[in-house]
Design a protein around this ligand. Structure first.
Ligand code: SAM
Length: 269
């Protein structure tokens, strides 16, 4: 299905964090998949929400899209844009500009709070793009998923990254690694089928006839988290991050001197 011309500009306006191909696939999924109740964990500024909602509308549906974000916190990318109120204003404006406001319910809070406070009775499409703890969300929403629900899970790759906050502090980000381990385990246990992987986003289905025993799922998850104790890190990624940090912290005059010095080292031909 062809997405509207304006989808790309709307995604850019909403500071979309994923490759555009993923938004296009979300649009197609919402258009083609039966059912109109969508739950998205990890709104950010609404790029995924907009793609899903416009996709469903393009197929003549009347979608109900629930989108959830804490919009704050030490590990939230939204903290760079202000507090919860500031982020909510940005998101509401983006939904209004995209003409989808009436179909969207925004929940400002954690996915766990949403699960007990405002979750709809049936979920047709579940999109997880939050903090990598997909076991928590799959377990919390297990009883609400329709029998063949579509489940979209971002950050499905082996990448370990180092991230820095504006105040200069640094942390190791293992959310891709844990997402990969958890999803692979649930797939191996026959609970979920992966239909397609676009970049680092897995488009899945609840496996046909699978019985989700949430206690067993929690035990499987614990084993995956235990494996994180020793996690390989790609040296090139480490080097790139270090170079970026050095560049950000070296004063411009010293940077210029280093460049001049390097230029003098290049042998003349
Ligand atoms: C990678 S961003 C989402 C990107 C977004 N889907 C897009 O397409 O631009 C992850 C978001 O998840 C939110 N988040 C992280 N953990 C969460 C949790 N436990 N409950 C709700 N939101 C959470 C963060 O605040 C952040 O805005």
């Amino acid at each position: 299905m062809k997405e509207p011309e304006k989808l790309r500009s709307m995604v850019i306006q909403a500071n979309g964090m994923l490759p555009f191909e993923v938004y296009r696939d979300l649009y197609d999924l919402a258009a083609q998949f039966p059912g109109d109740t969508i739950v998205e964990i990890g709104t950010a500024h609404g790029a995924g929400t907009i793609s899903l909602c416009l996709g469903a509308l393009s197929a003549g549906k009347q979608p109900k899209v629930f989108t959830v974000d804490r919009f704050e916190g030490r590990y939230s990318s939204r903290s760079a844009y202000g507090d919860v109120r500031d982020n909510l204003e940005i998101v509401r404006n983006n939904f209004r500009d995209s003409g989808i406001g009436e179909h969207i319910k925004i929940f400002a809070g954690s996915s766990s709070d949403f699960a007990v406070q405002q979750c709809p009775d049936v979920i047709d499409i579940l999109v997880l793009d939050a903090d990598g703890r997909i076991d928590r969300d799959l377990i919390n929403f297990a009883s609400k998923l329709s029998p063949h629900a579509a489940i979209v899970i971002d950050d499905y790759d082996h990448r370990v990254s180092l991230s820095s906050r504006p105040d200069g502090s640094t942390y190791v980000d293992l959310k891709h690694v844990i997402t990969k381990r958890l999803l692979d385990r649930y797939v191996a246990e026959g609970l979920i089928d992966i239909v397609n992987v676009q970049k680092s986003t897995a488009f899945c289905r609840k496996a046909e006839g699978a019985e989700w025993d949430v206690d067993k799922m929690a035990d499987m998850a614990l084993e995956c988290y235990r494996e994180l104790v020793f996690t390989d890190i790609d040296r090139i990624a480490l080097f790139r991050w270090l170079r970026k940090r050095v560049k950000a912290n070296v004063p411009p005059w010293l940077m210029q001197r280093l460049r001049n010095y390097r230029a003098r080292q290049v042998p003349a031909h």
